[in-house]
Design a protein around this ligand. Structure first.
Ligand code: KIV
Length: 272
């Protein structure tokens, strides 16, 4: 599918809820700049996430924790300029909403004012519910994120599958219901057993988007660098690679270097 932008109808949070009702699956991918944002949008993706995974794939950090509010705003602004149809969700970075709800609303308003994005995503359930309520009360739509929450990696110590034990699974179910009751328009479930994710998706009326959470949810999200094969040393079981852009780029760049060295580039037609 490729989108023609005359008479384009923007994806809204309400449309995602209707898609769930109709049983239409939701596609979501990350993007971190103008060019990628516009390519992903034109290809027909419903939701574009300016994820704090930018900390890893753009900034080269080991975790998502170091990325700052200013850096997320810079990236999100660029993505938004390239998007005409998809709903743009922006991750609130670590440290901008966990402290208290006043800090959360200040950070959220800055992101919305400066980026012109559509909505925000926050990791956590009960622990951050006051922050989520405060942001929602300002009219800013919020997407939740449960299961593996990379901003809490120092608590877990590992990126292994979450909620395999009953106690953690029960808390996750409670948190998912709490996020829906509080007013979140959707939830990302990361790296949890497929059966548990399917149960949650069937119990909630808001869309549940999975990453490593099986096919029984309402939609899927992947990090674009991973699915395009730009990040080949990361290969978890849930990841399907749709291209090997690292190899394509490597080949093209080596070819360019050879052409420069040999004097083949530029040729007669490539100069003034
Ligand atoms: O930051 C991110 O890319 C995410 C996805 C993994 C859902 O939160």
């Amino acid at each position: 599918m490729s989108i023609h932008f005359e008479n384009v109808r923007r994806v809204t949070t309400q449309r995602l809820i209707e898609m769930k009702k109709r049983g239409e699956k939701i596609s979501m991918l990350t993007a971190y700049d103008y060019t990628m944002g516009s390519i992903v949008d034109r290809a027909g993706v419903d939701v574009i996430l300016v994820g704090d995974s930018a900390s890893n794939v753009i900034c080269g950090n080991v975790t998502t924790l170091p990325i700052t509010l200013d850096q997320m705003i810079f990236l999100a602004k660029s993505v938004v300029r390239g998007v005409k149809r998809a709903l743009v969700v922006i991750d609130m970075p670590f440290g901008t909403y966990q402290g208290n709800s006043r800090e959360a609303i200040t950070s959220a308003i800055r992101i919305m004012k400066e980026t012109h994005g559509d909505c925000l995503k926050m990791e956590g359930g009960e622990e951050v519910i006051e922050s989520i309520k405060r942001v929602l009360s300002a009219g800013i739509p919020v997407m939740g994120h449960l299961g593996l929450m990379p901003q809490s990696i120092n608590k877990y110590g590992t990126y292994a599958v979450r909620a395999q034990e009953e106690e953690e699974a029960e808390k996750l179910i409670r948190d998912a219901h709490l996020l829906e009751e509080t007013g979140c328009f959707g939830i990302v479930l990361e790296k949890i057993p497929a059966k548990l994710a399917q149960q949650i998706a069937s119990e909630l009326t808001i869309p549940v988007i999975g990453i490593g959470a099986g096919g029984g949810v309402d939609g899927q999200v992947l990090v674009i660098h991973d699915m395009l094969g730009l990040n080949n040393d990361f290969s978890p079981r849930f990841l399907r690679r749709y291209a090997n852009l690292e190899a394509v780029m490597d080949n093209a760049i080596k070819h360019y270097v050879d052409d420069v060295k040999s004097g083949d580039f530029p040729n007669e037609q490539e100069q003034y």
